[in-house]
Design a protein around this ligand. Structure first.
Ligand code: ACO
Length: 366
């Protein structure tokens, strides 16, 4: 075997009908529909329906009444633990023992409940009791209900910011967490186990936590007032400008375009410095690498938009997980349709055959 690729980069592991990042055209399509047509016209819960059922209707349901057993206020770990617990609390059947409709319904209940868990955990983090169901039920959309559960009120600008962010990041092909969800699903585990595994994979800073690193950069540029100097100095030190560059897109990341537009519409005290840094970064990156497209990626304006909605940086992985419940659900269902256990190979490069005595003596237990 000599075709090993670190990080599986470029390895095609699945065929999918769910989302198509258009690498050259700078577009992202869900089931063939450009996300430009979706944001602001359909709420997130309808996008969940598009991705999972290929239909906006009925979409993601309201959450069941349920009290999580133990919330600490650390939303990513609360979400992972409580989602795993739902498997036993709700008696979810293994995917091998369910049909497609039952699996879809389990995923719908889980998705809605996962959003509710994050909102409750965020309230506890803030030292507040999560709002009761009669307050939350006044929310017309999932984003509004989320904010009502978390804060007891839902500023319309914050609702728009979160709905836009969730739609833009609902699905993006085979990233680490989606791959993890599919691996767990391929073993026939239940839907709660697959979703909880995905949350664990997403919690790492290389996947779900990048927006948190953009705001300190903006603060530094705002303090110094010299975006060009900041960029040149960082690049001279061979540093990377957070929120620029993408492994897939060789054109503008379409999500960045939509997120930026939304920040402009709502307004943000960080917009001016963000635009100045973006302009300086794009110009200097192009000057230094004229043949390699490094454009603004999803993380840059996600950070600004989530800041507009007063989402603290340490909550961003959990907000990303809320968005991805749609993508994960669609992939778990697609994986169930294939019914094939995922079991890649590893190339053994360890010691050649040898006796145990070559390793050492067995320890003597006293
Ligand atoms: N700032 C400065 N230089 C960069 C940047 C950047 N943001 N991105 C790429 N480059 C340079 C690299 O230094 C490298 O230069 P070299 O050949 O002289 O060493 C060259 O471009 C190619 O870099 P790669 O890492 O091979 O390019 P790739 O396109 O695979 O990188 C990545 C994609 C990892 C996202 C990269 O652009 C990066 O590190 N960006 C900053 C971090 C970031 O924004 N992460 C969030 C990504 S979006 C997401 O995960 C959803």
């Amino acid at each position: 075997m000599n075709d090993f690729r670190p990080g599986l980069e470029g390895v095609v592991a699945f065929q999918t009908e769910i989302a198509e990042p258009d690498e050259e055209g700078g577009a992202l399509r869900y089931r063939g529909v450009d996300i430009e047509e979706l944001v602001g016209h359909y709420p997130y819960e309808a996008i969940w329906g598009l991705l999972v059922d290929e239909s906006f209707d009925p979409g993601m349901p309201h959450p069941d009444e349920y009290a999580p057993k133990h919330l600490t206020g650390n939303a990513p770990s609360d979400l992972q633990a409580e989602t795993a617990r739902l498997s036993s609390e709700w008696g979810l059947k293994k995917l091998v023992d369910t049909d497609l409709d039952e699996t879809r319904d389990d995923l719908a209940r889980l998705s809605a409940q996962m959003m509710s868990i994050v909102a409750k955990s965020a309230a506890i983090h803030d030292g507040r009791e999560p709002a009761p169901d009669d307050v939350v039920s006044q929310g017309e959309t999932a984003a509004e209900a989320f904010l009502l559960r978390w804060r007891g009120e839902a500023n319309p600008d914050h609702v728009k910011a979160i709905d836009t962010y969730w739609i833009c990041t609902a699905e993006h092909g085979l990233n680490a967490s989606t791959f993890t969800a599919r691996i767990a699903a391929s073993t026939g585990a239940d839907a709660g186990a697959a979703m909880s595994a995905a949350v664990g994979a997403l919690s790492g800073p290389l996947h779900g936590g990048a927006p948190a690193r953009v705001l300190p950069m903006l603060d530094e540029v705002a303090a110094k007032g010299d975006p060009e100097g900041y960029v040149k100095d960082l690049l001279d030190r061979r540093g990377r400008i957070m929120g620029f560059g993408h492994r897939i897109y060789r054109a503008e990341d379409p999500r960045s375009r939509i997120l930026k537009r939304t920040v402009q519409e709502i307004g943000s005290h960080r917009l001016e410095v963000a635009e100045a840094l973006e302009e300086a970064a794009l110009a200097e990156l192009h000057r230094r690498k004229p043949d390699y497209v490094i454009a603004t990626n999803v993380e840059f304006y996600s950070a600004v938009l989530l800041d507009v909605a007063e989402v603290p940086p340490d909550l961003t992985p959990a907000m990303f997980a809320c968005a991805r419940v749609a993508g994960w659900s669609a992939h778990i269902l697609e994986e169930k349709r294939t019914g094939r256990l995922i079991r890649p190979s590893a190339q053994y490069v360890g010691p050649s055959s040898r006796p145990a005595s070559a390793v050492g003596r067995a320890p003597v237990r006293t």
